[in-house]
Design a protein around this ligand. Structure first.
Ligand code: ATP
Ligand code: MG
Length: 872
């Protein structure tokens, strides 16, 4: 039986032999695309080829792509674990033709690979072909049908509708008919009962799609209409785990060697058994799947967090924790313990896992611990809600509050309520959830118009490393509208000096000016599908004019200073703290920079000073920028360039060097480190387990910082007036004086209490063998307690009740000598509870000492009076 490693290798080799270039998986976490958070199909990394925005080096490619389907158009999260063939993270094997071969070869090769190389029995395979859609004027895919007919009996070819057999990237963009290959792995008896053809696309767990061959022919426009693409492409995707299931003769993806080692480990750690009870099986599958997704995401640089992609990752992990908590009785962190096994399993093909092992384990453990605390808190809250409820139905809004504010999962709420004989208003909950979704949808919805093409050449040249100003022409533009930013225009030029947001650096701002003085402002620049897109609030009067495009120089210079400083900071951290330091995130603004990196302890203030000194030394050395814009990737790495995990690099990279610092980077930099002027760390903090954050400023911001410091210092001197010659000495003297005065006050208060003690002693009266006093005193609570215990050490038959009042708050303090608690049946706790009612309060304590707080000073005299009843 072939193991999964061999299966993967054979796929790639098969297409390599057919002149395909093996490319590596793009990162699973997408950083620079506003339309997509995670890679959800093999084609994502090739989108720009289909759109014609970039020309591929090789027209044929093959790969295995890490995919994550947990958000947006493809979201399988809720199925995962419940069924046996959907995962959150999975590998998609693919072969690609960019304007090269089309349907015929794609079909022929897919069949050859499955039946001749992998030797899958032809009788378990079914084919689907697009039947056409009249409403859109789309004909049936006759070509595909005819090619298939030559190799499989027609009884195995099934026509499918638009939902199943027409692939679209999103609401807009390249699309086309698809032809899928399905497998029927049921037993012979079952096959005899229902023919496999009837179960294709019917969500049967053993009649599943394994391979989708998409034939890109059209472009979907904003108004929904289709136009023919200039070139035709092939985009295929085969689920690796499903293929393993078929080739290894299993009925479930989880029974293949991709998952069994992790499942065995879960069984051992949680002392449970897979394959006995359905709800336990589901939990084990959920955990086995999710630990993969989360580990790969962290390795790609996406840590769990409270927003965006980070929040999606956090939710996946929480779903796993929750299943472990409820069904495997895991009340302590355990998922992090599976990471070792996962790495052993996958590291050969995905070395990033091994490299990032420490951080993966630490982050998962920390997330588990914190969510388990939340769960414990949520249980208490839920108990309170149940306790305060009378009609046995918990409202949707209460459940939603638990869910939304405390992250308490709704199915857990439902389960617990059910166990306690309560009902949950699920409809009410769904309504609340829907309301919230609509709120966020409305806030983020973007309406994108079609590109209006002025010059039909999508290739755009970036010249912004060398110049901040150039003559440009607008090649295309479109209107976009969102609630957040209102109506905006996106412009693409033939050539541009504007840097598009990327690599942590903000996009450039600036303006366009036509020859007759028409000016429009560029408010931001971003990249999308390899196009540099300039945002503006309005369009120029004549779009076909030539324009002078000018980048805001001040912002660019400040940003460049911060970007170069970020490289020096990275180098400094590796030098001061060690080479385990790796970049985990970076934000380069014009005003400041932020750098996240792996390190397992707080950076001490001495270390921070060393880091600052290191960077400032490099600044003073005035190191010139040395860049190589087209360096072969391997060569750059060999020369010691720092590359980032989770970043997509081409074959040729830009290497940026300042002295000993060398990084692969597309950002804009100063010409000389001297231009940074000065580097100041403003903050150091934790971001996640094992990840620290440094914030810093440079250049103008550093100048401003020093100016402000000086001004503040001058103000201090002004306040100190005559003593300003030596402010430190003056302030120290003030502090010493202050301390001395505090001591004096303390002593005075003590003396006062001592005097009071004498007075009170004289006031004690003797009632039935008890020394008693009930009195209002003007002391703080600590002194009252001291006083009571001091008197108690002198008398063994004491019963005291003190009342004190402060800002409308009343406190009753009761003391009873231990010796007489039983004998005289005096219980301080009980006394304050009863008398506390008179001051509208409550409290309690020990039989010999107790206090009660209340808010009704009017009740004090009565409470003091009644105190005597207990002995009278
Ligand atoms: P399904 O209908 O089974 O969800 P799909 O139509 O969503 O599949 P495609 O988008 O065509 O699938 O993806 C190509 C291939 O990737 C599929 O044929 C399948 O083998 C695999 N695949 C898709 N989604 C998943 C998933 N969530 N987990 C594992 N493999 C998947
Ligand atoms: Mg699907």
């Amino acid at each position: 039986m072939m193991n999964s490693r061999e299966i993967r290798k054979q796929f790639l080799k098969f297409f390599e032999d057919k002149s395909h270039e093996i490319v590596s998986s793009a990162p699973m976490v997408i950083k620079d695309d506003p339309t997509l958070m995670f890679t959800n199909a093999g084609m994502n990394q090739f989108k720009e080829y289909f759109l014609g925005n970039k020309v591929p080096k090789n027209q044929r490619a093959t790969d295995t792509q890490k995919c994550l389907r947990v958000s947006g158009k493809h979201n399988d999260l809720e199925e995962v674990g419940k069924d046996t063939y959907h995962h959150t993270m999975f590998e998609m094997l693919g072969n690609w033709s960019f304007g090269d071969y089309f349907k015929k070869d794609a079909i022929k090769w897919a069949w050859e690979l499955l039946t001749e190389v992998y030797k899958i029995d032809k009788d378990i395979l079914y084919i689907t072909v697009f039947e056409g859609a009249d409403a859109e004027g789309l004909p049936m895919d006759q070509d595909a049908y005819d090619f298939w007919k030559e190799i499989v009996p027609e009884s195995r070819i099934i026509l499918g509708n638009k939902k199943d057999n027409f692939w679209e990237m999103g609401d807009q963009g390249p699309c086309g008919p698809s032809s899928e290959i399905h497998v029927d792995i049921r037993s012979a008896e079952e096959k005899a009962k229902i023919p496999g053809a009837d179960l294709v696309n019917q969500d049967h767990p053993q009649v599943v799609e394994i391979w989708n061959l998409v034939f890109m022919e059209f472009n979907r426009k904003a108004d929904g209409s289709l136009e023919k693409l200039p070139a035709q492409h092939v985009d295929t995707g085969m689920g690796f785990e499903r293929l393993c299931m078929v080739l290894q003769g299993k009925k479930s993806n989880y029974d293949t060697d991709v998952f069994t080692p992790i499942i065995r480990e879960i069984e051992t750690i949680t002392n449970s058994k897979y394959g006995v009870k359905e709800e336990i099986d589901i939990a084990i599958r959920v955990i086995a799947d999710h630990v993969r997704a989360v580990s790969f995401a962290i390795a790609d640089g996406q840590l769990p967090s409270n927003t965006g992609a980070g929040y999606v990752i956090r939710r996946i992990l929480r779903r796993a924790i929750r299943y472990g908590f409820t069904f495997l009785d895991q009340k302590e962190a355990f998922i992090y313990k599976l990471v070792d096994t996962l790495i052993k399993q996958m590291h050969e093909f995905f070395p990033e896992l091994k490299k990032e092992k420490n951080i993966i384990i630490n982050v998962i453990r920390e997330e588990e611990n914190s969510f388990l605390r939340t769960l414990a808190q949520g249980l208490v809250l839920l108990d309170n809600i149940i306790g305060a409820n009378t009609d046995k139905v918990i409202s949707g809004s209460k459940a939603f509050e638990l869910y939304d504010t405390y992250g308490f999962p709704i199915d857990l709420t439902a389960l617990i309520l059910d166990e306690k004989g309560f009902q949950l208003d699920e409809k009410g909950f769904q309504e609340e959830l829907e309301k919230q979704k609509n709120r966020s949808r409305a806030a983020t919805k973007i309406e994108t118009g079609d590109w209006e093409v002025l010059i039909d050449d999508p290739i755009e040249e970036f010249v912004g490393y060398d110049t901040l100003e150039t003559q440009v022409r607008i090649t295309r533009y479109r209107k976009v509208e969102s609630k957040k930013d209102g109506e905006l225009y996106q412009l693409v030029f033939n050539i541009t000096p504007f840097y598009a947001e990327g690599g942590g650096q903000v996009g450039d701002k600036g303006y366009l000016e036509s020859t007759n003085g028409d000016v429009i402002y560029i408010i931001d620049t971003k990249k999308e599908n390899n196009l540099i897109i300039h945002f503006s609030k309005n369009l120029p009067k004549n779009l076909n004019d030539p324009f002078r495009a000018v980048v805001d120089e001040k912002q660019r210079n400040r940003t460049a200073a911060n970007h170069t400083a970020t490289h020096l900071l990275h180098q400094a951290l590796r030098s001061v703290l060690g080479t385990h330091v790796e970049q985990k995130g970076s934000m380069v603004h014009s005003g400041y920079l932020r750098f996240d990196f792996s390190h397992f302890a707080k950076v001490t203030s001495e270390e921070l000073t060393q880091v600052e000194d290191f960077v400032n030394a490099r600044i003073r050395e005035q190191l010139p920028l040395q860049e190589n814009r087209h360096m072969p990737y391997q060569e750059a790495i060999k020369e010691g360039a720092v590359a980032l995990f989770g970043e997509k690099y081409g074959d040729l990279v830009r290497a940026v060097k300042f002295g000993e610092s060398m990084e692969l980077c597309g950002g804009t930099h100063v010409a000389n480190t001297g231009d940074i002027w000065h580097f100041i760390i403003t903050n150091e903090s934790a971001v996640a387990a094992g990840v620290r954050r440094i914030e810093a400023i440079t250049f103008d911001a550093a100048k401003e910082y020093f100016a402000n410091q000086t001004e503040a210092f001058n103000k201090v001197k002004a306040v100190l007036k005559n003593n300003a010659v030596d402010p430190i000495k003056a302030i120290t003297a003030l502090q010493e004086e202050n301390t001395a005065m505090k001591k004096q006050i303390e002593q005075l208060l003590k003396d006062k209490a001592k005097g009071l003690k004498g007075e009170l002693k004289a006031e004690l009266e003797e009632v039935n063998g008890v020394r008693f006093l009930a009195k209002k005193v003007d002391l703080d609570q600590g002194s009252i307690k001291d006083l009571a215990f001091e008197l108690g050490s002198e008398f063994k038959n004491l019963y005291l009740l003190f009342a004190s009042e402060n800002d409308g708050k009343v406190i009753l303090t009761c003391y009873v000598s231990k010796e007489i608690v039983k004998e005289k049946e005096l219980n301080a706790g009980q006394i304050v509870r009863e008398l506390g009612k008179l001051i509208q309060g409550g409290g309690g304590g020990q039989p010999f000492f107790a206090t009660a707080g209340g808010k009704n000073p009017v009740g004090i005299p009565e409470a003091l009076l009644k105190a005597k009843d207990y002995i009278g």
